[in-house]
Design a protein around this ligand. Sequence first.
Ligand code: CO
Length: 134
Amino acid sequence: MIGRLNHVAIAVPDLEAAADQYRNALGAKVGAPQDEHDHGVTVVFIELPNTKIELLYPLGENSPIQGFLEKNPAGGIHHICYEVDDILQARDHLLETGARVLGTGEPKTGAHGKPVLFLHPKDFNGCLVELEQV
Ligand code: CO
C-alpha cells in the first residue's frame, strides 16, 4: 500500500544552524525557511536525489514541535512520511487493522498542499508516521 518515502522530518533547536550544516557540512540543496502557520512550524526543505528532509522549528504558540523539543532538546527525528495513492482507502484499511489515526481522522492539507494523515506512534514502533496522497 505505501509507496515512496516522501520525507523524513527532523525537529531542530536552531533552524539556521541546522540549515547551514546541511548546506555546508553535508553539501545538500537547502531551501529557504517557510512559515506554515496552519501547522505551527517553520520548515526548511532539503532536496535529496531520492527523498526530502524537512527541518522543523516551532512557530507561534501551541506548536506541535515545542513539546517534542522539550523532551529532545538536541532535536530528533519527528516523523517519516510515506506516499499513498488513495489516502481514504489507506486510512480505512489501517483502521480495520486496529491502527489509530490522529485528530479527527479526516485528511488535512500538508506542507506540500496535498492531503495528509498522521498515525499514532505507539502503533508504529514509536515512530510518528505521516501518509501523503500523491
Ligand atoms: Co511531514
